[in-house]
Design a protein around this ligand. Structure first.
Ligand SMILES: *[C@@H]1O[C@H](CO)[C@@H](O)[C@H](O)[C@H]1NC(C)=O
Length: 313
């Protein structure tokens, strides 16, 4: 029987050694885990380039606004935006956040770094072919940034946008993100192009696959805003045949007068510094328009951009 006892004590000693080794292994593993966790959370909060590298930990932003600019108007209107509400958008911070919830980008293939605003590589077109640029840009955003934003807005480079008010409206928790939404000033099924229009992620995900077709097909060649509405109608009829498409809608919970379109020489601009002054505008039954209620204003040129930026945020 003695050989069994010897063997037993041998195995006990052996297993005790194993357990003490295991203990060190556990210490080492814990240290490694702590190190990795710390590095990940540190990398996550590095600014700029590094956030691009770690896309999987980058939180989704609320809104991207692309400006339908051109090589010709970039040094004037593009620069004016970059020095006014474009800069305000870049510097905007919500409490406890170190990045802006909104990105403003130029829809322009030329390098725009001197304006401090990045650009999307979509080809330049003539003014008559503007619709093509809108289709291309939304398609680019669909392909590369669909999951980076909740909202996707098109604006012109002579549009003034009150960033803070817009973000507050789009944050409305009663908006159902599962519904495809096209928001703006209602024309027909289309939204007026000048003061801009906004798609939610659901709408872009449904329209995305049809955008190259719309760009190529003559049926969608014409006025940029009307054609975008037509393409939206077509895409939804294909993607969701049973859906009752309401077309362009006002911002839910808004005042219904957010998207103001005036000619750049309109005498009403004289009242820009009287926020409560109410007036009527062409192609609208309402006489309740005001600079206070407006959130996206068009057509804004030259010094008016700076004057609005001084008065409104
Ligand atoms: C949101 O929209 C989806 C799609 O239309 C619908 O199925 C769902 O019931 C809606 N949710 C609410 C809370 O209304």
């Amino acid at each position: 029987m003695s050989w069994i006892a010897v063997d037993d004590s041998f195995s006990r000693v052996y297993s005790m050694r194993f357990i003490s080794k295991l203990k060190y292994l556990c210490y080492a593993a814990s240290l490694l885990l702590i190190f990795v966790a710390t590095s990940i959370s540190f990398i996550r909060f590095l600014p700029g380039e590094n956030i691009q590298l770690y896309q999987h930990v980058r939180p989704r932003k609320q809104l991207v606004i692309f400006l339908l600019t051109s090589t010709k108007t970039l040094p004037t209107r593009g620069r004016d935006v970059s020095l006014t509400w474009g800069r305000r958008a870049k510097d905007y911070r919500e409490l406890g956040s170190i990045v802006s919830p909104v990105d403003v980008v130029f829809s322009e293939s030329a390098d725009t770094s001197e304006y401090g605003i990045s650009h999307l590589p979509v080809p330049d077109v003539s003014y008559d072919d503007l619709y093509k640029k809108t289709f291309s840009t939304f398609h680019y955003l669909y392909k590369h940034h669909l999951n980076d934003y909740e909202w996707f807005m098109k604006a012109d480079d002579d549009t003034f946008i009150k960033i803070r008010s817009l973000l507050a409206l789009l944050n409305n928790p009663s908006i159902n993100a599962s519904e495809p939404l096209l928001l703006g000033r209602k024309g027909g099924s289309w939204c007026w192009g000048g003061p801009g229009y906004i798609l939610n992620r659901r709408m872009l995900s449904l329209m995305g696959p049809y955008l190259p077709y719309c760009k190529k097909n003559k049926r969608f060649h014409g006025e940029e805003d009307v054609m975008f509405g037509e393409c939206m109608k077509y895409a939804l009829s294909q993607a969701l045949p049973d859906y009752q498409n309401p077309g362009c809608q006002a911002i839910p919970g808004g005042n219904g007068h957010e998207f103001l379109a005036l000619g750049h020489n309109d005498v009403l601009w004289e009242h820009f510094n009287e926020p409560q002054y109410t007036f009527s505008i062409p192609y609208s039954d309402s006489s309740e328009w005001s600079f206070d209620k407006a959130i996206a204003l068009h057509t804004v040129r030259g010094s008016m951009m700076y004057q609005l930026n001084y008065l409104y945020e």
